[in-house]
Every structure is written in C-alpha cells, then in structure tokens.
Design a protein around this ligand. Structure first.
Ligand code: IMP
Length: 436
C-alpha cells in the first residue's frame, strides 16, 4: 500500500477511540521514516496484528514494530515508566528490536503511583452520575498536575537525583495529606522508596531520552517523512469532545503542534479513522448505543473489548452527525473506514444523520453532555449484505450494498473515503483508487 502523496500525516480517530488507528498507522508506516505519539499515555490501547501475532501497545507508538522506523514519544504525552519499560521488555522477548529506534522526550510528564490512586479514588467517591469510567491509569490526575504545575515531575527531573529527591519529597507530603484529608486514605506513599524506584527506571530509560523537539526539527529539515499518531478519538478530546466524558489531552489532530513541538505547517494530511459503526468505553452519552441483540452481535463479531482494561465496549450505529462534528476540528483530508466486515449479516443498517431534542431537530452538536444524553437520533436506513468481506481486496470486490454504505458514510461526514478495513490482518485493507 502506498500513499506517498499524503506528505507528513496525522492519523486521528473521529469517534470515541478504538477506531483501529494502530492498524492504519502500521500500514501507512511502510512509506514513513518516523512515527510520533504526541498526546495521552498508557490509557491508549493500539492493537496491531502481524501474521499470526497480535501486539497490544499502550505507551509505545505502533511504529515500534518496524525497526527501520524511528518511534518518538513527545513532551505532550504522559509516561508511566513501569508500563513503558514493561512493554519494552515484553516486546524484546518477542523478538522486537528496540534501541536507537525509540526516542523519548525529556519534557514528557511522569505518571506516579499516587496519580493512579487518585484516579481510582476520584471515580469511586464521585456520585454515580458523575463517574467518567476512566481507564484508572492516572491520566487525569497527571495532566491536572502538569497544568497546575506545583506538583508535577517531568522526565528531565529524573536526571538530577538530589533535585528529584527533594522535589518528590515535597510532592509526596502534599499528596499524602490530600489523599488522607479528602479520601480518608491510610496507606501513605514513602517518598524515599518512590525516589529509589523512579531513579532505577531513569537509568533504564536513559538511552532513549532526548529533546524530541530538536530531533523532529532535524528530521523534518532532512526531508524524513513523519507520521503523527493520535491516541483516543476526537470525541474524547479535552477541549472539543463530549466533556466531561473525555480524556485529559488533545485527542483531536489539534494537539500535534503543541504536543510534538513542531510547527503547524509540519502536517500536510490528516487521515480520519472511523469504525463502520460506533463504540464507546466508559461512561458518557452515546446517542446511537444499541443495548439489544444487534449491539451484542456487533460486540462479539467485532471483538469489542478494551485493549487496556478488557471492558466490554458499548456498541451502536454509526453516528454521522457526531463524526461530522469531530471532522470540523480534527480536519481529516480523507477517511479510513474500518471493521466493515463486522456488519456482514445484518439485514439493514442505520446511520444517524441528526438529533432531535424536545421534538425539535438540532442544528449543532450539543456542548452539554446532559443534553446530549437526552437527544433522540434521527436515522437513515440502508440495506445490509450477507457476504463475508474478509477476502475482498478491491472496491469492486465489495457487495453493492457495502459500497453504497461506505459511500454514504463519506458523503455524510463530508470527507472522501481512502481506505476500508475488512479484517484485522495487515493485508485486509482496501485502498481506494480515488475518491468515492
Ligand atoms: P482516562 O483517559 O483514563 O482518564 O479515561 C477517560 C475516558 O476516556 C474514559 O471514558 C475512557 O474509557 C476513555 N478512554 C481513554 N483512553 C481510551 C482509549 O484508548 N480508547 C477508548 N477510550 C479511551
């Protein structure tokens, strides 16, 4: 598959995450030299299937499976060193080469165990209606500390041990007081033990750490092709998603410049990845959710269980109204429609083309989550197909009804479809010769 005309590209999900970005990134990388994770942390779960092997990646960019590609984790991300080092060790055990091909920003913020504890306790103690259903990876508390600034620690802090120890001692005293005072916690963190543990992580990370802004600048100047890999999906974007049921970072394409430290002009194309239906993990409004046997069938056929938490994903019809809204701020120049094969066997397929609230058609995607939870989707119904699509490799191989369905999704979102996924394997992808 070659898409050289795309230039430097960002791959972004246009739903609530889990669209299949890992697979698209893995395929596109045949034509790129560098892959960049610019936001999020170990909450992400990207699955890449190569031959008979399946790899689930959380902290590492999907490009790590290609030794000739430089994988960069930039300052806009939050890093849990225990997860990252565990992932590196387990990939190495499986024969994946990780060395000079991995670069980690000295500006990235560190997730510490108190962040994970805070995440769990905040969820446990929030009134049921306000629980976010987080991945419990400490992402929200770590980004909160980053922006509050008093209690944050970055990768660079690890390489000045006396400074790190004294800063961590002050932070741990504050965190212990907070956890005890607000949540009644009795199990306190020991600053010295934590410092020993993180300084040991620092030595293992040392070969990978650098100023990734300078690195990317040099790579751009030397004409290397760069693929930016977003985490989660645009509807989970902290600024523009279904707030507060979002993650704490820029999950839309807008985070590339700030998160990776590259100029706005560094990106020429944006591939918007969607599934042929919709899924959501965790809490939050989901207007097209199917709680019936159709939703259950999609979950089973699409293997819709979280890569990070194993939670069953909520499944529903494709929401073109929400996806078109996501496309407004994520700016896709083309679409990749994945999991089309999952819909085989359904007599008819519905696509949400708008919302009604209080009997009136909404003209815009609502800002308030409680309002979004009350909307009634307006559907268009399309014919289904029965054929198994797994062996289709060209647009013409797809049944007429599947072609009509895909074309309609592109039309409703307002972005041309360029790729169609018909199964988990690398080769199960149809590349469109031109716009549909
Ligand atoms: P957090 O990112 O762990 O704080 O979780 C906030 C919300 O984002 C929850 O609804 C999570 O289920 C969701 N979320 C976070 N990461 C992912 C992901 O990679 N895929 C899908 N949902 C995610």
């Amino acid at each position: 598959m070659t898409l050289r005309e795309l230039g430097n590209t960002c791959v972004v999900g246009l739903q609530w995450g889990d669209e299949g970005k890992g697979k698209v990134v893995d395929l596109l990388l045949a034509d790129f030299d560098v892959v960049v994770r610019y936001a999020g942390g170990a909450n992400a779960g990207h699955t890449v299937v190569i031959g008979a092997e399946s790899f689930a990646l959380h902290q590492l960019p999907s490009g790590i499976l290609r030794p000739d590609v430089i994988s960069v984790i930039t300052g806009g991300t939050v890093i849990d060193p225990a997860v990252l080092l565990g992932e590196i060790a387990s990939l190495r055990e499986r024969g994946v080469q990780i060395g000079a091909n991995l670069r980690i920003s000295d500006r990235a913020h560190l997730v510490l165990p108190y962040h994970r504890r805070e995440d769990v306790l905040a969820e446990r103690t929030a009134p049921a209606a306000h629980r976010l259903g987080t991945t419990a990876r400490g992402i929200g508390p770590c980004y909160a500390d980053k922006h509050a600034r008093h209690w944050a620690i970055r990768v660079c802090d690890l390489y000045d041990p006396p400074w790190f120890r004294s800063r961590l001692a002050a932070i741990v005293a504050h965190k212990n007081a907070y956890l005890a005072g607000v949540f009644g916690e009795r199990d306190m963190f020991d600053a010295d033990r934590l410092a020993d543990e993180y300084l040991a992580f620092a030595e293992q990370l040392r070969p990978f750490v650098c100023n990734t802004t300078v690195l990317l600048h040099n790579l751009l100047r030397s004409g290397r092709r760069i693929l930016f890999e977003s985490a989660q999906g645009a509807l989970l974007d902290v600024d523009h998603g279904t707030y507060p049921y979002v993650t704490s970072s820029s999950a839309g394409g807008g985070g590339v410049a700030s998160g990776a430290g590259v100029p706005l002009t560094a990106v020429q194309s944006v591939v918007g990845v969607v599934k042929a239906y919709a899924t959501r993990v965790g809490s939050g409004p989901f207007p097209t959710e199917l709680t019936d046997e159709v939703g259950a069938a999609i979950r089973t056929r699409g293997r819709e269980f979280g890569t990070t938490t194993g939670r069953p994903r909520r499944c529903g019809w494709f929401d073109a109204f929400a996806t078109a809204y996501a496309a407004l701020f994520a700016g896709p120049t083309c679409l990749a429609v994945l999991h089309l094969d999952t819909l085989s066997g359904l007599d008819e397929l519905k696509v949400c083309i708008g919302y009604k609230h209080g009997g009136r058609r909404l003209t815009e995607f609502p800002a308030a989550a409680h309002l979004l939870a009350e909307v009634e989707p307006v559907y268009e119904t399309l014919s289904g197909w029965t054929a198994d699509l797994g062996a289709c490799r060209r647009w013409e191989d797809l049944p007429e009804a599947a072609r009509r369905y895909v074309s309609r999704l592109g039309e409703l979102v307002g972005v041309p479809v360029r790729m169609i996924g018909v199964g988990p394997a690398r080769e199960q992808m149809i590349l469109m010769p031109q716009e549909t």
